[in-house]
Design a protein. Structure first.
Length: 258
């Protein structure tokens, strides 16, 4: 209950910060909508040349795109600040977070939101509904996909945390947290187009295949409802695993004043 109250408080504060620059907020949303529309037009252009890619029609590929975008936009709406963990450590801000009687990761991910992401979220929801109608998927499939996306967004959160940990352990040679955007780009396409090696990595090591490709195949195509349980469990297990690494990192962390 305490964390729910804190979450609501953080949410109100972040909304107020966005309201200060209301025009920027609306322009950012419009910009993301335009960007997504252009991405879809580009996909349509490719399918004018190649009618099917690895057995996927244009509508099926759009469904993969919509699922990945929905999951990533949820990550950006609520967890985007996880990309900046290394910055908190480099400038000493993490010290002030650690002394507060609240989970450090909870504070980090809630200190900032991404105004651009709401445009992504809107496009993803509309596209998901439209594509499900085109594919003659029943309405409850759409609800299931939205439910699943709440959990698959944890995969991107875990990858962002992992990228920060690796970057910090390598003395900041590269900001590997930003590779989360690259993983998102990979998740927008069916795993069928990748080599067997990539499929294994995307399924068992860095589980970005669980973001869109696996839910689409198992739920929309094969109607295997057990995956409504399996997918959230896999997402939670991956996040818990990375979170444990994060806790180990915090135990080894030395303050900038040390």
């Amino acid at each position: 209950m305490r964390y729910l109250k804190l979450l609501f408080t953080y949410f109100k504060v972040n909304l107020k910060s966005l309201a200060v620059y209301d025009l920027d907020f609306y322009f950012a949303i419009i910009g993301m909508i335009v960007q997504n529309v252009l991405n879809i037009v580009a996909l349509r252009f490719i399918f004018n040349i190649v009618p099917r890619i690895s057995g996927y029609s244009f509508s099926q590929l759009l469904l993969t795109y919509a699922l990945a975008t929905l999951s990533f936009s949820i990550f950006r709406c609520f967890f985007i600040n996880a990309l900046n963990i290394s910055d908190y450590i480099h400038n000493g801000s993490l010290d002030t977070i650690l002394i507060k009687p609240v989970n450090p990761l909870f504070q980090l991910v809630n200190e900032r939101v991404d105004e651009d992401s709401w445009g992504d979220l809107l496009v993803a929801l509309l596209l998901l509904i439209v594509v499900d109608v085109q594919l003659h998927n029943p309405w409850y499939i759409t609800i299931m996909f939205i439910f699943i996306s709440l959990f698959t967004s944890l995969i991107f959160l875990a990858l962002a945390i992992l990228g920060n940990i690796v970057s910090l352990l390598s003395n900041g040679l590269a900001n590997l947290a930003e590779t989360t955007f690259d993983f998102f780009d990979m998740s927008k396409y069916p795993m069928a187009i990748y080599s067997m090696g990539f499929k294994i990595i995307m399924t068992f090591i860095l589980p970005i295949g669980w973001v869109a490709s696996i839910p689409q195949e198992r739920i929309a195509v094969k109607h295997e409802w057990i995956w409504l349980l399996i997918i959230p469990v896999v997402c939670i297990m991956f996040f818990v695993l990375i979170y444990q690494l994060w806790r180990v990192f915090l135990e080894k962390y030395q303050s900038t004043g040390s």
